[in-house]
Design a protein around this ligand. Sequence first.
Ligand SMILES: Cc1ncc(COP(=O)(O)O)c(C=O)c1O
Length: 481
Amino acid sequence: MHQTQSTVWKIAELRSEVIGIDTKVPLLDGTERRYVFLDNAASTPTFKSVLKCVEEFLPWYSGVHRGMGLKAVVATNVYDETHRIAGEFVGADLVSNSVLFGKNTTESINKLAKRFNFSPNDVVICTVMEHHSNDLPWRKYAKVVHTAIRPDGGVDLDDLKRTLEIYKGRVKLVAVSGASNVTGICNPIHDIAEWAHSAGAKIFVDAAQLAPHRAIDILPNRAAKHIDFIAYSAHKIYAPFGIGVLVGPTEFFAKGEPDMVGGGTVSYVGTDDVEWGSLPQKEEAGSPNVVGAVALAEALTVLRTVGMEAIAGHERTLLEYAIPRMQKLPGVRIYGPTEDLTNKMGVIPFTVDGLDHALVATILSAEGGIGVRNGNFCAQPYMRKLLNVTPEEEKSRRAARCDNPILPGMVRVSFGCYTNEDDIDIFVDMLERIVKREYKGKYSVDPSTGMYMTDGYGVNAAKHFRFFNPAGASVAGEEVA
Ligand SMILES: Cc1ncc(COP(=O)(O)O)c(C=O)c1O
């Protein structure tokens, strides 16, 4: 999937759309460097057009669905339109589906888990790959069965089919990630949907990672491969203004009580009885995040203009550039697929032999000005499988530091649609210095937290942001001692 010249041009243009792309940060040696951000799987930066759109909207900002004032009407129309854009982004038929806004993907999944009204005997099938946010909420209300993963990190689809067969009649839902935040593996969600439906179950897709990287089409509700429920977060799509999206059948949410009750959710309230309002208001208790919705809609519009296919192609090119270079470095182990990248998005998790993941991440930051993520990425069961942690080792680590276990982990680099080869060069060059033990700093670990301190270097946040100091000047204080 390689892009045409014109899409390359559009992708290249996105880089100048990113707020903070040229932010300089101090390094341990006293010099400054452009910050290289390779933690887009956690949260992306903001598009300039998103901020501009928010600024344009703010003079028209007003509470929605409650007023007759002109601004209230404008804001309400805009807010309704953002629902349409968020639904269409995943191909939802908006006659039969509702788009519900909340805080993020985690909140959306918690809402859905509560709204499912599971009976104690009901089963939800998850995979070992899942982010904790697509595992723990289901555990609150149903029996969760985790299906296995293959040695390469992919979901063991035969085990998934077997599990569906074993629990046939009891499985109400298959909850699976669209793409893993650890390995970047994209799951065959439409095939899984078909298997789930044949077993009489619904499917939920956690698209927190998929949505920023791939075109999504949940297909018409009657289709065998239709995705029943899907959720994603704006802060991973260049619009970090605190909003998350849940899409699902209107008839599902129209039934029963909303998970949260209060203002906005009702059409009638007596002292003893209540009639619930229409969707989406019924499921968006309280005053909603209108500004966040505007930001999200603008970011989705930018991505649709560029084209998700072009974004996927660009990421593929970056993976093909980065992986062989990392593989050449002795002691660097990459997890997940490295050869067939067809179903992998721009995420590379790795370890360096003999060096703690937290140390590698600390050196990348202090000496390279590179922001990555390290640890277990809120996917502890998956992490332990990928790292082959034995149950005995797991037990002993827990016992050793029961209050703050230093858990096995990895370092992760993750790309955004604006990442370029220069970012990868800077990262791989610094990684090479680490592998060759040519880094300069002295690092010591705090055994109670697993965090590393760098001699002579510490981040002084007040130096970079004015911390609400009305004079506008940043607070004095040196970064490098
Ligand atoms: C696969 C996956 N699911 C769910 C989440 C939770 O998303 P949020 O923090 O926006 O609720 C994340 C966040 O990293 C994720 O990567």
